[in-house]
Write a new protein. Structure first.
Length: 597
């Protein structure tokens, strides 16, 4: 392949790299979806007599936008139905006081045209969202842009690109795709998606993964580099978009694509079968979800339950805490659909890198070491108890486990369990249907909890090792800092020794030990995890077939000797070398290798 460089001639191959958002390779003609026309907005003043007609013009544009969104929701293809909630949010946002109300006010106060007033309000709102440290909220700035674009178009009469009307097999190259546009994608026409904007947490990424369309987001200037009808290769696994590929690159990727598809088909065909080792031991492989919608992917990929339900996402993108009823309904849906498989509901892990404006009543110099997760919940028992009530109520509808995050000492576990008991008593008093007999576990993701594993094991039914944070805190490597990412090493001997201590102490005390950190999704780590005796693994949904497939090629026999060899090594490089030498074949099965670990 040629070098990653800007074009100096029209036909030169160019490689641009973005965020690998949905795995897979596709090759095809580019179809540009730009927001042209919407960005050119002029300001003009209006006489007092025109204020009311101007406000009506805005009202009509909003009504039209609402009707358009409603019909998109109604016409959505079956595969997209589960995502129409995003569009419902857009309908609500259209009439939001901060957006709609403020624009009407500005037309009146400043006597300016509706487009200009809307542009000013949107840019202020966007700034508020973009300044937030949480990637989820930064993504929500995109929702405001999508909604306002629709109003702008209706004000100016510019027609939107109709993705539904695309009648050839193409790869979409867009500034950004709104959820409404993504919902119009016809699977038989759109081979892949590449956008300038967006991040891994964006709705476009989530939807692309669910629809299994290869996607790269955050390419910054794809719409400037790619021209309509250009031949492009989109590699959603590595995040590379190759524009106007050279002959040899094309041949290379055609081959890679065939290998990838054949491999994916093979492992998907067997994804519903258990992950049974060659010598007959079965390891349950569960899925991690951030949003209830992702349970569909977990089931399709053959997941044996939910090993980590990150509940904080339901607290995001709102102006206040959700109610007990709202939480209960979402939990019950997940629990009922997954039954009889287990659903491991992790209690609120907010603050740290997941802040919310209505939660942030303090300014922390180092939030990742601050009042996050269980620390926050124990400080705010009234908020915590609302979630505990919802979880115990949902537990009456299936197989629920509860899990507390960021435990760093024994007192926190005891306090959380006491609140859980109190909650059960209050539900009983209220005569509400609930189930108090659920497994209670903790995440092992702080080194002090791993050191205290022998004591903590007496307090709970299970441990679930969160390697994403455990590695961060053990090695003092910020998991989201690109400058030290080369030092973030799951195979560091200190990590392996710590995992061993946790697994051994769990088993010595008769409780189960699971792993839900990303370390579990990399096939090359699996022999070590089996050697440590981890009882159950939970990964991102797309990795489930890969992990199952890799386990089927391993035996537990001989793992004790492997662990002896691994524990003798003095560096991550040595361990990696040993693993590649013995189990290099597992790497070729990695259809989807996540970014962490
Ligand atoms: C972890 O820390 O490994 C984990 C699974 O939790 P999160 O990624 O949500 O911090
Ligand atoms: Mg964590």
């Amino acid at each position: 392949m040629k070098k990653n460089s800007m074009a100096d001639s029209e036909n030169q191959e160019i490689v641009i790299t973005g965020i690998a958002a949905s795995p897979g390779i596709c090759i095809g003609k580019a179809y540009l979806v730009d927001r042209e026309g919407v960005n050119v907005i002029k300001k003009y003043h209006i006489p007092g007599s025109d204020i009311e007609p101007e406000k009506n013009r805005l009202r009509n544009a909003v009504v039209k936008a609402r009707d358009e969104l409603r019909s998109i929701i109604e016409d959505s293809p079956a595969e997209f139905r589960q995502h129409t909630g995003i569009l419902e949010t857009h309908v609500v946002l259209l009439e939001d006081k901060m957006l709609y109300g403020k624009t009407l006010e500005m037309i009146e106060r400043e006597r300016i045209n509706a487009e200009w007033a809307l542009k000013k309000v949107v840019s202020d709102l966007k700034r508020v969202f973009q300044d937030m440290t949480d990637p989820y909220f930064r993504e929500r700035a995109a929702d405001i842009v999508h909604v306002s674009d629709r109003i702008f178009r209706n004000l100016s009469g510019v027609e939107a690109v109709n993705i539904k009307a695309i009648d050839k097999r193409v790869i979409l190259i867009a500034t950004d795709l709104s959820p409404a546009q993504t919902s119009q994608i016809q699977l038989e026409r759109i081979k892949g998606i590449a956008t300038n904007g967006g991040g891994a947490a964006s709705h476009t990424g989530i939807i692309a993964r669910t629809l299994e369309i290869p996607a790269i987001l955050g390419l910054r200037n794809a719409t400037k580099i790619v021209k309509n009808d250009d031949l492009v290769i989109l590699d959603g696994t590595s995040g590379k978009l190759i524009v106007r590929p050279a002959e040899e690159t094309l041949l290379e990727y055609e081959e890679r694509s065939e290998v990838y598809e054949a491999h994916r088909a093979r492992i998907s065909r067997s994804s519903q079968f258990p992950a049974q080792t060659l010598d007959g031991f079965t390891i349950p492989i569960l899925g991690n979800i951030d949003l209830p919608e992702e349970i569909v992917a977990v089931r399709d990929y053959g997941g044996n339950g939910i090993g980590l339900y990150r509940t904080e996402f339901q607290y995001m993108g709102r102006i206040g805490f959700p109610t007990e009823e709202q939480l209960f309904e979402r939990y019950r849906d997940v629990v009922e659909i997954m039954a009889p498989y287990p659903v491991t509901i992790r209690t609120l892990d907010i603050n740290g890198d997941k802040t919310m404006p209505y939660v942030c009543d303090i300014e922390e110099p180092n939030p990742v070491l601050g009042l996050r997760a269980i620390r926050y919940c124990l400080k705010k028992p009234h908020i915590f108890k609302i979630q505990l009530r919802a979880i115990l109520r949902a537990a009456a509808y299936g197989n629920v486990r509860i899990m507390f995050p960021m435990i760093s000492n024994c007192d926190e576990v005891r306090a959380a369990k006491a609140l859980l008991r109190e909650t059960a008593t209050s539900l009983e008093k209220d005569g509400v249907k609930f189930n108090p007999n659920i497994d209670v576990g903790i995440m092992i993701e702080v080194p002090s909890a791993a050191v205290m594993a022998d004591v903590l094991a007496r307090e709970v039914d299970f441990f679930s090792i969160g390697t994403n944070d455990l590695i961060q805190y053990l090695l003092a490597i910020d998991r989201s800092n690109q400058y030290v990412s080369h030092l973030y090493k799951p195979l560091h001997p200190a990590v392996i020794r710590m995992l061993k201590r946790v697994a051994d102490e769990a088993h010595r005390n008769g409780i189960s030990v699971y792993m839900c950190g990303e370390m579990a999704s990399n096939p090359i780590h699996l022999p070590i995890l089996l050697g440590l005796g981890i009882d159950e693994l939970s990964t991102n949904p797309q990795s489930i077939p890969v992990v199952k497939n890799a386990i089927r090629s391993l035996s537990l026999e001989g793992m004790d000797q492997l662990m002896e060899q691994v524990l003798e090594k003095s560096s991550d490089m040595e361990i990696e070398h040993l693993m590649k030498e013995k189990y290099g074949h597992l790497l070729s099965s990695a259809v989807y290798t996540p970014s962490l670990g």
